[in-house]
Design a protein around this ligand. Structure first.
Ligand code: NDP
Ligand code: GDR
Length: 371
């Protein structure tokens, strides 16, 4: 019998990679997607199977983490062996604008799934993975951050995820459920949402190099993050649910890098060297060399500036994870270094924007200005 998995957030970055991974392991994969006024399945379109095919193993359901009846019905119908709860309003800065919605989807949404499993009497059958986050650590208490480091959330997003973390632990202890938290540090890829800092940078760098954009405006350049590749991290999610007993795991690379250094690495991937001058809101990034004749960026040009609109009311300055437990118990390790991640993202965005440049040269203007 094939194992069945249900993924919330299947249309997101991690959902897409996890679906690919589980299909390659011969799972029947079910996903919950939200109704939207435009198509929102771009990341998983390549996995589409005709609903009329009786043997299909990739099946989509409409739903939302704010709707208990919907979740109960889908879980009753699918009877999943594993649920991966990846659905969330996942943008930290936006959570300050939509705090109540974030609490509902990211916090209570997790409770709704756990309750659905309990109500349906699936405690012994269905294992559940909760997408917890390094944002739980927030204001630095100790580094590197491990499974035993105290939490101090710094955004409505992180506070909602704190509730989700503890309700997962509580249902494991109270109802003997196989419920686990993966405390994942930042992970990125060419599929990363365009408004997260790494993707905003790699898109901006590609567009600047191709002459489609003049400058990249960013917020706090001093923030430090432990960045890995999403492909490695979905492998860890799966491993967490294959253990003999349910436990929580930190998933991280153990290396931290500033936003400023990520920017330098992204430009360097295209042979463009930049330096930063000034401080705080006056800090700027300038081109000092362009060693690739394919890219016509003038030396001396200002390509990065700070816009305080991207600052957060409360910031998480430093994240660096300790993945020792995951290495020892899950046998998990990264395949992608930060250099490889940056290269993968920049080259993918260059390919994307070369197409846009051709359209521009033919007289078609593409509008995707909202960051
Ligand atoms: P994305 O933002 O790329 O994807 C989020 C997914 O959740 C999308 O499919 C989105 O649907 C869906 N979603 C949003 N709101 C709801 C809702 N109310 N009901 C149902 N689905 C909803 O996130 P990632 O793939 O990067 O992250 C996956 C999970 O892991 C998230 O929970 C995130 O908070 C968490 N996480 C991510 C980390 C990272 O670095 N990427 C690190 C640690 C944790 P739609 O496409 O329609 O918007
Ligand atoms: P984060 O990711 O908040 O860590 O949450 P993000 O990429 O948004 O920010 C990382 C750091 O970069 C700084 N920064 C900027 N961020 C954005 N988005 N845009 C900018 O212009 C900019 N300039 C500087 C931020 O201030 C921050 O310090 C991500 C999400 O995927 C969460 O869902 C997940 O839980 C955590 O990672 C782990």
């Amino acid at each position: 019998m094939k194992k069945k998995a249900l993924i919330t957030g299947i249309t997101g970055q991690d959902g897409a990679y996890l679906a690919e991974l589980l299909l390659s392991k011969n799972y029947e994969v079910h996903g919950i997607k939200r109704r939207s006024s435009l198509f929102n399945t771009e990341r998983i379109d390549h996995l589409y199977q005709d609903p009329h095919d009786e043997n299909r193993n990739f099946i989509m359901h409409y739903g939302d983490l704010s709707d208990s009846t919907n979740l109960i019905r889908i879980i009753q119908q699918v009877q999943p062996d594993e649920i991966y709860n990846l659905g969330a309003m996942s943008h930290v800065k936006v959570s300050f604008d939509t705090p109540e919605y974030t609490a509902n989807a990211d916090g209570i949404g997790t409770l709704r799934l756990l309750e659905a499993i309990r109500i349906l009497g699936l405690n012994k059958k269905t294992r559940i993975y909760q997408a917890s986050t390094s944002e739980l650590y927030g204001l630095v208490q100790a580094v590197p951050q491990s499974e035993t480091t105290p939490f101090y959330p710094r955004s409505p997003y992180a506070v909602a995820k704190l509730y989700a973390y503890w309700i997962t632990v509580n249902y494991r202890e109270a109802y003997d459920m196989f419920a686990c938290n993966g405390i994942l540090f930042n992970h990125e890829s060419p599929l990363r949402g365009e408004t997260f800092v790494t993707r905003k940078i790699t898109r901006g760098v590609a567009k600047i190099a191709l002459g489609l954009q003049n400058k990249l405006y960013l917020g706090n350049l001093d923030a430090r993050r432990d960045w890995g590749h999403a492909k490695d991290y979905v492998e860890a999610m799966w491993r967490i649910l294959q253990q003999d007993k349910p436990e929580d795991f930190v998933i991280a690379t153990g290396i931290t890098t500033t936003v400023r250094d990520f920017i330098k690495m992204a430009f360097a991937e295209l042979g463009i060297e930049i330096v930063f001058k000034g401080e705080g809101v006056n800090e700027r990034g300038y081109v000092v060399a362009c060693n690739n004749i394919d890219y016509l960026v003038e030396v001396g040009k200002e390509v990065v500036a700070v816009d305080p609109a991207y600052f957060r009311p409360t910031e998480v300055e430093l994240l660096i994870g300790d993945p020792t437990k995951a290495k020892e118990k899950l046998g998990w390790k990264i395949e992608y270094t930060l250099d490889m991640l940056v290269s993968d993202m920049v080259q993918s965005d260059v390919t994307l924007f070369k197409k846009e440049r051709i359209l521009k040269e033919l007289g078609y203007e593409i509008k995707n200005q909202f960051e």
